[in-house]
Ligand binder design. Structure first.
Ligand SMILES: O=C(O)CCC(=O)C(=O)O
Ligand SMILES: [Fe+2]
Length: 371
């Protein structure tokens, strides 16, 4: 079975879609032996050929700065790159930084939320206060329906653009967290301008896509994962390039930078978190974590913390943070529409089965449901 995924990699044209379907399959469940699990790499261990340790700039972020945003000191992070990734020439096409993230599901309480409502499939954009958002989320059914939230420059799913007319201030704590992670990875001066939070239930998936709507691609894209684990497929610069499968666990941070910034990727499957993994985030209980001295992270109420802790026992939350503009760059007068696929593809985010899923403003391209 492991051979099956491997042979698809040689398959050419549709190999990404085939592998996506292979990992999404319910019956029989797929063999996961080809899926890279960075968490199984002990610190200092000589990693297999595919993986390579990444040098972090430990001087870029002081221990105090790291602690303030909920990070461990940089010297304690375990960072890996992916060597010889198919479709890239980079020997370190992917940096994966391991950290202990203390704050969870914070995105669910950020204001200005876009959400999709079922069964009316109505997309609404609303300004919600922190409090009313939380009140809404307490309703189990609403929480189950939540698929995505946007921050900063809100992404327009129809035009695939960001614009200055749809903007709310980017949360300071998430920006500082992102700026410290990028600085430690060798990218100082990162400005967090847009965020997309994806909420995954156990049967959710995210279709094959590339994130290219940002106007400056020289800046890295960050991805923070919380809750249940996911199989993440990282392909090449062309839609059909075969992907490599890896696990994203709670607390993982992925930094897509350099040539890997514009690689196709997808999430075909959500998997239960390894035993004990979520205890890191919840501190082993559903009690609110004690406030850290000097912390920049907004405090959460006990009630809010309990809802979030419960939610991630069965769901996955992924937060991507993007810099949209280069320093000093302005939005064009007439926004250009971005295609998120290579020529020939009409649908930016597909679910691995061409034509099956049509996108519109009432149908979020993110966290595509499998059913
Ligand atoms: O959920 C993930 O790990 C990936 C999310 C992603 O690719 C995106 O938001 O563009
Ligand atoms: Fe993406």
């Amino acid at each position: 079975m492991a051979k099956m995924a491997a042979s698809m990699v040689e398959g050419g044209e549709d190999s990404f879609r085939k592998i996506f379907k292979f990992y999404r399959r319910r019956n029989p469940p797929p063999d996961l032996s080809d899926v890279i699990d960075f968490s199984r790499c002990a610190p200092g261990e000589q990693v297999r050929a595919k993986r390579a340790p990444v040098n972090l700039d430990t001087a870029a972020v002081s221990d105090v700065e790291a602690t303030r945003v909920g990070l461990q000191p940089v010297r304690e992070w375990r960072a890996f790159g992916l060597r010889g990734h198919p479709g890239t020439r980079s020997r370190q096409s992917l940096n994966k930084v391991w950290m202990r993230a203390r704050q969870l599901l914070r995105g669910a309480s950020y204001c200005e939320v876009k959400r999709r409502e079922k069964p009316a499939l109505r997309q609404v954009t609303e300004s919600w206060s922190h409090f009313s958002m939380f009140q809404e989320l307490k309703s189990r059914t609403l929480l189950e329906r939540l698929r995505w939230v946007t921050l900063g420059y809100h992404y327009n799913w129809d035009t695939k653009t960001y614009s200055p007319s749809s903007h709310t201030p980017f949360p300071r704590d998430l920006h500082l967290l992102s700026a410290h992670v990028t600085a430690a990875c060798g990218f100082p001066g990162f400005i967090s301008e847009a965020g997309i939070l994806n909420y995954y239930r156990s049967d959710s998936s995210l279709g094959i896509h590339v994130d290219e709507s940002e106007l400056d691609h020289t800046r890295p894209l960050l991805s923070f994962s919380f809750g249940q684990s996911a199989i993440f497929l990282l392909g090449g610069p062309r839609r059909q390039d075969p992907p490599r499968a890896m696990l994203m666990h709670s607390g993982d941070v992925m930094v897509m930078s350099g040539p890997s910034r514009l690689l196709y990727h997808a999430v075909p499957r959500i998997l239960p978190a390894p035993p004990g993994r979520l205890a890191l985030e919840t501190g082993g209980s559903i009690q609110t974590p004690p406030p850290q001295e000097g912390s920049v992270v907004e405090p959460v109420s006990e009630e809010e913390w309990a809802v979030c802790s419960r939610y991630i026992q069965s769901s996955r939350v992924n937060v991507t943070v993007r810099q949209v503009l280069a320093p000093g760059q302005k939005f064009p007068e007439t926004p250009r529409s971005h295609q998120t696929t290579d020529p020939g593809q009409t649908d930016g985010y597909d679910d691995g089965e061409s034509g099956k899923r049509k996108r519109s403003s009432s149908d979020s391209p993110y966290a595509a449901e499998t059913h």
